[in-house]
Design a protein around this ligand. Structure first.
Ligand code: NAP
Length: 180
């Protein structure tokens, strides 16, 4: 990990389907090296599919619940924005598109190789996160367990688990799987 305050505003892109404790650690790592984090909720146009069950609004709501609880009073000053960003067909200009849609940023933190490549090509520093409980803290594992009946809450913040229960997350996945 790099030194604190190295960057002014770091981008944290993700699909957050759903936001989990690995994402929380990623955002905490971002805030160790940057004054502010700009969280991108990517694939914002996707919802109600097996791989993208949550709407952008639901993902943002879950992120706010988790981050307000974890960051307390520093939430407003450290999290610049949580922005829903629909995908575009042209990867090569994705970072320019982000520059158009978002306030200024000067680095990105990502484990996603495509995202890393696109930012590197545009001359931005790319920070690789340290993975947190990779085996279970993964959107794919959480969605599969919620669908098949495993412990899907173990890598979720309690407030996120409660919220997902309140909107019928498992039931939504089961109904989506049934229509395949
Ligand atoms: P994600 O699966 O939600 O992951 C978000 C970030 O969290 C990634 O950097 C991921 O690293 C990291 N992470 C996952 N589990 C972790 C753990 N246990 N501990 C620490 N970090 C963890 O989302 P993503 O796939 O990276 O999202 C990228 C978004 O950008 C997508 O919505 C994509 O569509 C969008 N995008 C769009 C375009 C376009 O429109 N043309 C181009 C590029 C990207 P890992 O990747 O290693 O899991």
């Amino acid at each position: 990990m790099e030194e604190q305050g190295k960057y002014q505003r770091i981008v944290v892109p993700g699909r957050f389907q759903p936001p989990h404790l690995g994402h929380l650690e990623l955002i905490k790592q971002a805030l160790k090296i940057a004054d502010e984090a700009l969280i991108i909720v990517g694939s914002a146009q996707e919802s109600y599919t097996i791989n993208n069950p949550l709407t952008a609004g639901e993902r943002i709501e879950a992120l706010i619940l988790m981050l307000r609880h974890e960051l307390g009073s520093s939430f407003c000053e450290r999290i610049t924005l949580i922005a829903p960003i629909p995908d575009i067909a042209m990867n090569k200009v994705w970072v320019q598109y982000l520059r158009m849609m978002l306030p200024r940023f000067d680095a990105v933190i990502t484990g996603n190789e495509l995202v890393a490549m696109l930012f590197e090509d545009m001359g931005y520093p790319v920070v690789k996160p340290v993975m947190y409980r990779r085996g279970e803290c993964s959107g794919t594992v959480i969605r599969r367990r919620a669908l098949e009946g495993g412990d899907w809450r173990s890598c979720l913040h309690p407030l996120v688990a409660e919220y997902l229960d309140s909107i019928g997350f498992s039931e939504r996945l089961r109904r989506l799987a049934a229509k395949l």
